[in-house]
Write a protein that binds this ligand. Structure first.
Ligand code: AMP
Length: 283
């Protein structure tokens, strides 16, 4: 695996691969890798000729009171993991490479960026879109792999790529979970033992939603009420939002459609966790 920290060098390397007719798969991450990230890496390795993984804790997507400074980092461990997986290139730029002095350009996907996580994290998706578009220009991938764990992010980035004519196929892959249901996240490392137990209420409430739909419940409000009730019973948990929304425009729905997204963000102690599930009507 070749580690590159300069954008121009990365562009050159990718151009050389492309001139040999290779397809490029790309997995952008903030590092502190876990099996969720690796599921994306493995898909890229399987489906494309050359896999590029980026590790960049992007300052523009963190709010002033958020955990940018404390975000877990371990580049040595991450490098070893990616080497073992057989990744071709690791792009590992620093802040000055991505946002040099005088930097002024930002990307916004209107409307979608203001909903759900956008309400409690203003500017978050502007930061995400900006960095991902920059990375798309640097890596020029044919395929880019994201996790359904960040469902809103995947929907927004698909929209961005389409709206701005980026020649990349954006794919969202299923959520990888711990055996007990907790969605893997680099932020899980912040949880105390007690909080780790309490955090199960996220996936449990989504299981309950799925079960209700399975049993014929179509009324979204009845399902979200039940989910909120479950979460509120957990003393360490505090709801940011619990919603059932349309998969395309992220607007709340009244009735479960063929495919509808149940999404939630919950503080467990001080740690804000997100999770979601696609609710499918039985055929
Ligand atoms: P992050 O490093 O948190 O920015 O995540 C990098 C990519 O990994 C994003 O596309 C995430 O959606 C994806 N990801 C994070 N956690 C999971 C998970 N548990 N399952 C699947 N994908 C994930």
């Amino acid at each position: 695996m070749r580690t590159i920290s300069k954008a121009a060098e990365m562009q050159d390397a990718v151009n050389r691969e492309k001139s040999r007719g290779k397809t490029i798969g790309f997995v952008p991450t903030m590092g502190f890798l876990h099996q969720g990230h690796l599921s994306l890496v493995r898909e890229s390795l399987k489906k494309t000729d050359v896999t590029v993984v980026s590790i960049f804790v992007n300052p523009t997507q963190f709010g002033p009171k958020e955990d940018f400074k404390d975000y877990p980092r371990d580049i040595h461990r991450d490098t070893e993991i990616l080497e073992k997986e057989g990744v071709d290139y690791l792009f590992f730029p620093d802040n000055a490479e991505m946002y040099p002095e005088g930097y002024k350009t930002y990307v916004e996907v209107h409307d979608l960026q203001d909903k759900l996580c956008g309400r409690s994290r203003p500017g978050h998706f502007r930061g995400v879109c900006t960095v991902v578009l920059k990375l798309f220009h640097i890596v020029e991938p044919d395929f880019a792999y994201f996790g359904q764990k960040d469902a809103q992010q995947a929907i927004i980035l698909k929209r961005m790529a389409e709206d701005l004519n980026v020649r990349v196929k954006v794919e969202a892959l299923p959520i990888v979970r711990e055996e007990d249901g907790l969605a893997l996240s680099s932020r899980n490392t912040y949880l105390s033992q007690e909080e780790r137990r309490a955090a199960l209420v996220l996936s449990k409430s989504l299981d309950e939603a799925r079960q209700m739909v399975e049993n014929g419940e179509m009324d979204a409000a009845r399902i979200t009420d039940r989910m909120r009730e479950m979460i509120n019973q957990e003393p360490l948990a505090r709801i940011d939002y619990v919603e059932i929304v349309d998969m395309d425009d992220l607007d709340p729905v009244n009735t479960i459609e063929k495919e509808t997204l149940a999404v939630l963000a919950v503080f467990v102690g001080k740690v804000r966790l997100i999770d979601n599930a696609i609710l499918r009507l039985k055929e």
